[in-house]
Design a protein around this ligand. Sequence first.
Ligand code: PAF
Length: 265
Amino acid sequence: MKLTPVFFPVMNILTSLDALKKYRKTLSNKTIGLVPTMGHLHQGHLSLCQKSQADNDITIVSIFVNPAQFNQKKDFKNYPRTIDEDLKLLKTQKIDAVFLPKIKAMYPDNYQVQVEEIQLSRVLEGRFRPGHVSGMLTIVLKLLNLVQATHAYFGEKDYQQLLLIKKMADAFFIPCKIIPCATLRASDKLALSSRNSRLTPSQRKKALHFPRLLHQKNISTKKITQELTKLGFKVDYVVDKWGRRLAAVCLDGIRLIDNVKSKVR
Ligand code: PAF
């Protein structure tokens, strides 16, 4: 009896810039979606992957915990790293390639060249996390240049990040479409985030006041700030801007950010 071979698509794991460049050369004339991540993947990331897969011939996910965008060393050190689980998950999603570069390879200049935006970056996240915006824009620019994707996918949870990346792509004539993706929430309404896994069950219960108050109708930003502070959150900001209500808080040192469309309220 002759057996017909069954081919399972392989997921290319690219751990060096050379491997990425070599793989990229095999993809001419294809549409390529890039999903940049810092790993510890959850359903929110997977929804970005699915959107990319629906739009493109090839989807490449990058996993890189970017030191330059952490304004606190402790936050960088504590950032959850679950590479084996992440790779398994991406394989089940039939992702074409994963780019896993080393820090030294991404920063051969020892962080000396960085992207600076001088307007949007001065407010909200930029104000509370000095250096974060430059570090984030720098790594995104490096990834866009290396991967040369036709489309790149970013979640709306980091709304200011999305606006900054769009602005940078326009300013530098980057031939890649920046695609926004809606925030995914758990059934208890908490916006999905890699940092949520650091919450204990009792912290998570408390954290739910954050999306509850953000979604509440007829409540001022001032009142939300007061309520959250009373509940024990450290509030960085709650503001109405860009047609959204945006907020960032810390709960026992764990930073949570979220935003909702203004018309939701
Ligand atoms: O949103 C993130 O996870 C990061 O800021 C990003 C866009 C992957 C850059 O490191």
